[in-house]
Design a protein around this ligand. Structure first.
Ligand SMILES: [Zn+2]
Ligand SMILES: [Zn+2]
Length: 775
């Protein structure tokens, strides 16, 4: 520390007067105003030397008296720019070379690329002031940015992060912008996307044919008129197109849903400012922080008011939560300031397809949805959707990792040779690793279309290109039919396949930075198990890089396999058949789950009796579906997890604390949780006309008790809760609390999504374990 006691003076006197300090810094140090910060600090202290970006991070050398170097080091550590984060630092004291002044050097290109690529950053307060200041030369300029904000990942083509390696290279800076860019004292010193109305990109409003109707601010004004009149507009934002529509207008929102082929899945809403958000939703201090953070994700908030005329009920039908985001780019800020209303802002795609990033592609693919196109001439390198996050147990949790979060960097304990992971089938994302670094890509989407499949390839290739990495092997899921598995096979590289639920557990462990042993509670809809049945209600003991199936939910047959995902009644009949055998078809509940026609019933019966196309599953997701159907809450689903969400939302309104009975049996495949006593009790209560709300709550409570019973049996202190089912807030919060009661340490996801979006990271961790072991 810098004290002026005698000790300090002794030391200063004892060392030579001048020295050279060399620092090699890794982490989030490029594109965040790091070099100007070093420049300002060094010149202020009268030090000489240089600073430069390298593919690994930032390197600097500084000469001066030992005491000023001390001061430099202390202030360097404590005054970092807001977005900078140092992950590792090498410090060396060397002989003086006699620099004459301090310079910011051109970037060096040698060595492996491990510098962290920054996600796209929401507009900072300083830039915001400028775009609303009529006296400022950037008044109403939609591409204003500085070293503290602006696009990063969506515009970077290669490392190091320099203008020549971004899509801004096609816009030569005007003298004024150039002067800012070259002035180390300026907020825009080496702000790579720096631009102004004179030299930078511009917006235009296009009709469906791609003919420009208006440009610059006039385009924005006309766009607002069109939105107010109920038009659907495609807007080219930071990481791709969004589809916008007046959120108050039922007719317009329904039209958007119909055209986008998105029947029921909630749509996100952009609100003008935080005050507007608090009028509609409950917003905690943590939620406010998350909404206004540099990542500016869509935040799931509890809707307080559903007054007519505010937000159309078809924005998020039957959902007590609303996905809300604030404007995050100057274009969005200008738009919302002009518009002053709530707008639906959803991904610019047809359902299941990746979002459009190019205006001509958008005309092509969104031409049947959007009436108008607000475009601009700054190319987007890669699609980066809006992220989705929420606050759970007081802290943020990412549910879809894209703009503002991706790429996510994770540090490994051991080095690994270059490897690619291709992730899951739904909510796909990819990951690469080399040395001690893993990079998880942005959300790619569901691999249900050839376009999405192509996007996975592009995302994987561009991630490898960005980090200049050539994978030596590839890791993917066990499921042979996942398109992500097919992509992995196509690469022709040595292939490792990792069991789905094991990968979930490893992803959550990496997210929390913990080592085995753990008990992994891995609950989701489906994933192929090591025994070739469908798993999904798994308890895995993870030790020394491998897993043992400690236990699972009692498996049951579901008639129709994949179609069962869309029809909870199929899960219900599977469950009832397991309890009552063929007499299940004659039971009264069957008429309420309804719905098998006289033509269907005999076929379903035959499927169950003969086990034809009626796969066995231990899926917790399907158990939710079955209960949703038996209680008459949901008989057909429009998207993954739809029925489970309805069960959760029903339970939220109950204060019931009891749980249902269940058994745990020891079998060859591990401990098996027998849910039949629970279902019998639910049927009894239902026949007595008990409250559906209370029954759904007791169902949740029972699931928690099942987890607690297994965790206490397993005897591992750390219990990892992972998989899509832990997007269920009620289940997660209650289970965490109960495990803590038992003196165990529950761990949940934070930066890495609990759903299949995090799977690629888990696959990398499995491969890393194998590589470490074979050494
Ligand atoms: Zn800024
Ligand atoms: Zn300019």
């Amino acid at each position: 520390m810098l004290t002026s006691g005698p000790e300090k003076n002794d030391r200063v006197a004892a060392v030579p007067a001048a020295k050279r300090l060399r620092l090699e810094v890794q982490g989030t140090v490029q594109g965040v105003g790091f070099r100007p910060f070093v420049y300002r600090l060094a010149t202020e202290l009268g030090l000489v030397g240089w600073v430069e970006n390298s593919p690994q991070g930032v390197v600097l050398e500084i000469e001066g008296s030992a005491s000023s170097l001390d001061v430099f080091q202390v202030r360097f550590a404590s005054e970092l720019p807001p977005l900078a984060r140092i992950e590792s630092q090498k410090t060396a004291f060397l002989e003086q070379v006699g620099y004459s002044r301090f310079t910011v050097r051109a970037s060096s290109f040698a060595g492996t690329k491990t510098a962290t690529v920054l996600p796209d950053v929401a507009t900072c307060p300083d830039c915001l002031k400028e775009i609303f200041d009529p006296q400022n030369r950037r008044f109403r300029y939609p591409f204003t940015n500085c070293t503290n904000c602006g696009p990063r990942y969506s515009i970077i083509e290669a490392l190091p992060y320099d203008r020549a390696n971004t899509t801004m290279k096609i816009f030569p800076m005007c003298p004024e912008c150039r002067a800012e860019y070259e002035d180390p004292a300026n907020r825009r010193f080496h702000a790579q996307p720096n631009a102004c109305p004179v030299c930078g990109p511009h917006i235009e409003l296009w009709d469906k044919k791609g003919t420009a109707i208006a440009s610059r601010y006039e385009a924005l004004v006309l766009l607002c008129d069109a939105l107010r009149a109920g038009s659907i507009v495609a807007l080219k934002g930071i990481g791709g197109f969004q589809l916008l529509v007046d959120a108050r207008n039922d007719e317009a929102v329904s039209r958007l849903r119909r055209l986008k082929n998105r029947e029921e899945k909630p749509l996100a809403v952009m609100m003008p400012d935080i005050d507007a958000v608090t009028k509609i939703c409950d917003v905690s201090k943590e939620e406010r922080h998350l909404l206004m953070s540099t990542a500016a994700p869509i935040v799931l908030l509890r809707r307080r008011s559903s007054k007519a005329g505010e937000i159309s009920l078809s924005v998020a039908p039957g959902n007590p939560y609303l996905g809300v985001m604030l404007p995050y780019s100057p274009l969005h800020h200008l738009l919302m300031a002009e518009l002053k209303i709530y707008v639906v802002a959803t991904s610019g795609n047809l359902s299941d397809e990746p979002i459009c990033i190019d205006e001509h592609d958008a005309l092509d693919r969104l031409g049947n949805i959007a009436d108008l196109f607000l475009v601009h001439d700054r190319p987007i390198v890669r699609q980066v959707d809006d992220s989705v996050a929420r606050i759970i147990l007081g802290h943020p949790q990412v549910l879809r990792s894209a703009r503002g979060f991706a790429p996510t960097a994770i540090t490994l304990k051991h080095d690994i040779s270059p490897i690619l992971a291709t992730g899951a089938h739904l909510k796909n994302s990819a990951a690469i690793a080399s040395g001690n670094r893993v990079y998880l890509s942005q959300h790619v989407g569901d691999l249900e279309s050839s376009l999405a499949f192509d996007t996975l390839g592009k995302v994987a290739e561009s991630l490898c290109h960005l980090y200049d990495l050539t994978p030596q092997s590839v890791v993917c899921d066990l499921h042979p039919d996942y398109l992500s598995t097919r992509y992995a096979v196509q690469t022709g590289l040595p292939l490792t396949q990792v069991q789905h639920h094991f990968a979930h557990v490893l992803a959550c462990m990496a997210d929390n930075g913990i080592d085995s042993p753990v008990l992994g509670v891995s609950w989701d809809g489906t994933g192929l198990g090591s025994d070739n049945t469908i798993w999904g209600g798994e308890f895995l003991l993870v030790k020394d890089g491998s897993f043992a199936r400690f236990g699972h939910l009692r498996p049951f047959r579901i008639p129709g396999g994949e179609t069962a995902i869309r029809e909870p009644r199929r899960s219900a009949i599977g469950l009832l058949y397991d309890i009552f055998g063929s007499t299940a078809f004659d039971r009264a509940e069957i008429s309420s789950i309804g719905a098998f026609t006289t033509g269907e019933a005999p076929i379903i019966r035959k499927m169950m009796e003969q086990g034809i196309n009626a796969p066995i599953t231990s899926s917790a997701g399907r158990l939710f579906d079955a209960v949703a159907s038996i209680l008459g809450i949901c008989q057909s689903t429009r998207f993954e997890g739809n029925a489970a969400m309805k069960v959760e939302f029903a339970a939220e309104n109950s204060t019931a604390t009891e749980s249902y009975p269940f058994d745990i049996d020891q079998e060859a495949s591990g401990y098996v949780i027998d849910w039949r006593p629970m279902i019998r009790e639910i049927l009894n209560e239902a026949s007595r006309g008990a409250s559906v709300t209370d029954m759904t709550k007791r169902f949740h409570n029972t699931l928690t008790e099942m987890i607690v019973a297994m965790a206490t049996r397993a005897g591992e202190k750390n219990v990892v809760l992972t998989g899509g089912c832990f997007q269920n807030r009620l289940l997660t919060e209650r289970t965490v609390a109960r495990l803590q009661d038992e003196g165990l340490t529950p761990l949940i996801h934070r930066r890495i999504p609990p759903n299949d979006g995090g799977l690629a990271l888990g696959q990398i961790m499995a491969a890393a374990n194998m590589q470490t072991e074979s050494r």
